[in-house]
Design a protein around this ligand. Structure first.
Ligand code: BMA
Length: 342
């Protein structure tokens, strides 16, 4: 074959290279663990479809606990704890499952419970588990408190449908508990914050961060990822943005910073996304093109973020980042918190 023909045919034979973070000029803000995916259905002690979107917590004994969303073979989800000494492998998985839907007492859980976020609350010496209860009326936010991830005190629905992507702040602000969540209203799918004196009655609702519009990566729909991280400069918040395309949605991560004493006030918001689906286990699965973190642990240095995320609604993966790098990046990569829709 002549070189000219070969040159014409070559592009047809070439495979599309996956995009990598190296396409950005800076080093990536999050680095994938080489052992990814760290948990998948083959690891489970009972038959399941998938494991993803886990909350994460470092326990007193140093172990990492992932409270995983597990989808069963009917398509309905429950929560199941996996424990590991190094947070990467040798997971010990609860069997029977840790927290099953309880639709008799809590009818809002009829179609399962999903996407937990766990916050340790020192004042109460308990973990607050905010999760999606999938009711006939759509997804709502439910709350349960636990000391040991064995017994749970259920508070039932605290934010009615349609609402999800919720996490409690670890301490009171201005004397009140604060919950970030994502109701869907005629205003759009934005992040809100609400306040409560007792974790049961919620008010003082405020929009915290709006989805942008038009061509932005986080247009129309955003939601909280893992619980906010308290830093000297403010609450550091990772959130997901959803881009709708002809071949489905792309779920990517962004970062923003909020005032410590008035967390509804946004101080900085990154312009571009900081992490998105690139690896094969993120680009193909039950829902392709999804990275969806619901939890992190902080390293002994007080700076390393071990970010646990659901990959393609099929498995669990881990990426590491740094609080100080995210704060530094925001200083030079954010323009305005408030996107004007007009
Ligand atoms: C969101 C949630 C997540 C899921 C994501 C991608 O709306 O339901 O549980 O990971 O969609 O499918």
């Amino acid at each position: 074959m002549s070189p000219a023909y070969a040159a014409v045919l070559e592009p047809q034979r070439a495979t599309v290279e996956p995009r990598t973070s190296e396409t950005h000029s800076e080093a990536p803000l999050f680095t994938r663990h080489p052992a990814n995916p760290i948990l998948s259905r083959k690891d489970w002690p009972y038959p399941i479809n998938s494991v993803f979107n886990a909350a994460a917590v470092r326990l007193d004994d140093g172990e990492t606990l992932l409270l995983c969303r597990v989808e069963d073979l009917r398509g309905l989800s429950h929560l199941c704890a996996a424990r590991s000494t190094n947070g990467v492998d040798q997971w010990r998985i609860d069997s029977p499952p840790t927290l099953l839907p309880s639709p008799r007492e809590y009818p809002e859980e009829i179609w399962g419970i999903e996407d937990p976020r766990v916050t340790y609350v020192p004042e109460l010496k308990q973990h607050a588990v905010a999760y999606t209860s999938f009711s006939r009326g759509g997804p709502g936010v439910s709350l349960a408190m636990t000391k040991d991830f064995k017994t749970f005190e259920r508070y039932g629905v605290i934010m009615p449908p349609e609402d999800k992507d919720a996490a409690l702040l670890p301490r009171r602000v201005g004397g009140l508990w604060a919950m970030i969540h994502r109701p869907v209203t005629t205003l759009g799918a934005h992040m809100w914050i609400s306040y409560s004196p007792d974790l049961r009655h919620w008010g003082g609702h405020r929009i915290m961060l709006e989805a942008r519009r038009g061509g932005w990566w986080d247009a129309n729909k955003i939601g909280l990822c893992s619980p906010p991280i308290e830093t000297a400069k403010g609450w550091l918040v990772l959130y997901h943005g959803v881009r709708n395309t002809a071949s489905g949605s792309i779920y990517r991560l962004g970062v923003a910073l909020f005032d410590i004493e008035r967390p509804e006030i946004c101080l900085q918001r990154g312009d571009s996304w900081i992490f998105g689906p690139e690896a094969p286990y993120e680009c193909s699965g039950d829902v392709s093109g999804v990275v969806f973190p619901c939890g992190q642990t902080i390293g002994a240095d007080g700076d390393t973020i071990n970010l646990y995320y659901g990959a393609a609604d099929s498995s669990m993966a881990l990426a590491t980042g740094s609080i100080s790098r995210l704060l530094g990046w925001l200083d030079t990569n954010s323009s305005s918190c408030h996107y004007s829709a007009t």
